[in-house]
Design a protein around this ligand. Sequence first.
Ligand code: IPE
Ligand code: IPE
Ligand code: MG
Length: 233
Amino acid sequence: MSAIPQHIAIIMDGNGRWAKQKGILRAKGHEEGGQTVQRTLDLCLEHGVKWLTLYAFSTENWGRSKLEVNALMHLLDKYLKERTPEMMEKNVRLHAIGELHMLPDNCREQLQASIDATKENTGLNLVLALSYGSRQEITAAMRNLAEQVQSGTLAPQDITPEMISDNLYTAGMPDPDLLIRTSGEMRISNYLLWQISYAELYVTDVLWPDFGREEFEAALAEYARRERRYGKR
Ligand code: IPE
Ligand code: IPE
Ligand code: MG
């Protein structure tokens, strides 16, 4: 077992509080959060982490004001346009999970273009969770399996945990080893419920825009100290 997690998943929380503390617009907090994404990507490359899955926008986040949703979608589009050349330089492969059909056309098209452009890259895998909800993901997987049962190609007793994994958006990706949440909330907020069964959890009070090397390396050090028993002795 490696002291470095192969896969880190992050709930990037606290952009709004960061902006509020500074007396600036929430959108500015999200913009700053985009800088943290880049910093975190570089830290993963430096430490040899192979998978980084970022919770960028949840299914429930559609319920925020139109102003904020638009600002987030604009930032996503801008981030992908500006950063795809850098992903190419750094050998980063981009993936996305979530109800991507819900994204505005320009974002979805840009996302697909960035995914296609980076698909031969073999370094770090960056997975963006966009319009993502774990219950929705599991529901979709159950529908797929139910259709196979209904059409007679699958017997209910043959359904295995692996088959369920293979029907999630994350099919083919390793499960996260370490889940980090910034800004102190002790909850999962509908993120990767199935996939984090045995992930180590790390919550820091630091707000996402302030998350940097010190915090990242503290999380890695804490992970290295954990004993992962998987129910055994
Ligand atoms: C996380 O920051 C980013 C998204 C959810 C898109 P928040 O916007 O949730 O920030 P807080 O929780 O209000 O501080
Ligand atoms: C989780 O943060 C979603 C993302 C980081 C994209 P939220 O701020 O939406 O979660 P709650 O509302 O605190 O549970
Ligand atoms: Mg939040």
